[in-house]
Unconditional design. Structure first.
Ligand code: GSH
Length: 411
């Protein structure tokens, strides 16, 4: 039987019950309640108001018809919404779109390294923004929002707010307490338009690195931004933190590759899968990847040895969101970091301290995932935890200094 044949009677019956006969539904409802009393909770001697709905089953000839039609309608809508949110392969796997523009992973030679000219647009919930912010923090390049600038800091940044209802495209808007410094845009689309002669078409993603002086986009790809920021420094001390030391490059590249595929993108593969087998593939990969990280961290301080590298910066955003968000929201919590990956848990607390726990707000991120990605959670209920406090995360502190955690390069 065609889908429309199931859907139509269901919608007609539902509409009739809702629109034409609300009082009928109420009568039926009252009759049922009195016949089966007591079913209503009594508080202070008064029955609590009952909200039994329109009692569709009284109107629709068969429960099977109701369930089949509702499931079909719900599933169709979910698949349509999810294909807009997250492109899919024919097998139901999530396929992350490729970035649309950027200058590659090399800092453009024509851009002088001066303080205040380059600006990052970053959203708290976004893991790709988080890894850019963490790398810039570790290299002491990020200008603080308040207080006098330090000599090493050359990047200003704006905190984007996630609000797909307010944004004209994508999900990012500005709030009045952290406005856009480029053109006072209302949303990130306004920034993309301003930087694109003739107007911008495509996804308006964060992170975004722009040159405020020429109103041009330098890059919208987090991996490239991390790499290119490692090639420039304002550090007057003659040495700078090196997250990509020459001797470790092959190991860092290889580690980043599987961390990205299995863990960073793997959790999205779980959450955005539209078939059971696609979900199971992604979920297996996530825990294989996490087990491999945990094993490495059982014998060394960081993923590629005794010092922090880009590989640690890549793992961090997914690790800190794992128990509090992805485990439940993306259904990959078969094993959790706090109980099953003790070495990642130890490493994560250290990374949070070194990057500064004020860089990321887990509880705000959880609210954002659960409400803004509404096709995955149409009711919009946000779980109460586990919160940052439940997980024992440091909260709101600046970065802890520890020179032994880093490789250094001469500048
Ligand atoms: N390749 C990009 C992906 C960034 C990305 O997907 N950002 C998301 C937020 S987590 C975004 O801005 N999405 C808005 C949209 O797709 O419209 C990177 O790693 O920098």
């Amino acid at each position: 039987m065609s889908a429309g044949k199931w859907l139509l009677p269901f919608l007609c019956h539902a509409a009739a019950a809702l629109v034409a006969c609300p009082s009928h539904a109420h009568v039926l409802h009252s009759a049922r309640v009195s016949a089966r009393a007591p079913v209503v909770a009594v508080e202070d001697g008064k029955p609590a108001p009952s909200r039994g709905g329109v009692r569709l089953l009284e109107w629709i000839p068969s429960q099977q018809l109701l369930v089949t039609s509702a499931r079909f309608a719900w599933n169709t809508l979910w698949k349509v919404m999810l294909s807009e949110l997250a492109p899919q392969s024919d097998d139901g796997d999530y396929v992350r779109p490729a970035p649309q523009m950027g200058t590659g992973a090399t800092w453009p030679a024509e851009l002088p390294v001066v303080s205040g000219r380059y600006h990052l647009y970053l959203g708290n919930a976004c893991p790709w923004c988080h890894r850019v912010a963490a790398s810039a923090r570790l290299r002491q390049q990020l200008l603080a929002k308040t207080g006098p600038p330090q000599p090493t800091q050359f990047l200003s940044f704006t905190r984007l707010v996630s609000d797909p209802q307010r944004a004209s495209r994508g999900g990012w808007v500005f709030d009045s307490d952290d406005p856009d410094p480029l053109c006072d845009a209302a949303d990130l689309k306004g920034v993309y338009d301003r930087c694109t002669p003739g107007g911008y078409s495509g996804r308006c993603t964060a992170p975004l690195l722009v040159d405020l002086e020429t109103s041009t986009i330098i890059s919208q790809e987090s991996a490239d931004i991390i790499r290119m920021l490692g090639q420039v420094s304002l550090n007057p001390s003659g040495r700078a933190v090196d997250l990509y030391p020459t001797a470790l490059r092959a190991d860092i590249d290889a580690t980043c590759k599987w961390v990205y595929t299995q863990v960073n993108n793997g959790v999205y593969g779980c959450g955005f899968a539209t078939t059971q087998s696609a979900y199971e593939r992604a979920e297996r990969g996530v825990h294989e990847g996490l087990s491999r990280c945990d094993e490495l961290l059982s014998s060394q301080r960081f993923l590629c040895g005794a010092q922090i590298t880009e590989a640690d910066v890549w793992l961090l955003p997914t690790a800190v969101r794992f128990d509090g968000i992805y485990a439940s929201f993306f259904r990959c919590g078969r094993r959790q970091i706090r109980s099953d990956y003790p070495n990642i848990a130890r490493w994560m607390k250290e990374l949070l301290q070194l990057t500064g726990s004020d860089l990321f707000d887990l509880d705000a991120a959880r609210r954002s995932y659960y409400t803004d990605l509404f096709p995955l959670n149409p009711g919009g209920i946000v779980p109460s935890g586990p919160s940052a406090a439940d997980l024992g995360f440091p909260v709101g502190d600046g970065p802890v200094e520890d020179a032994t955690a880093f490789s250094w390069r001469s500048v």
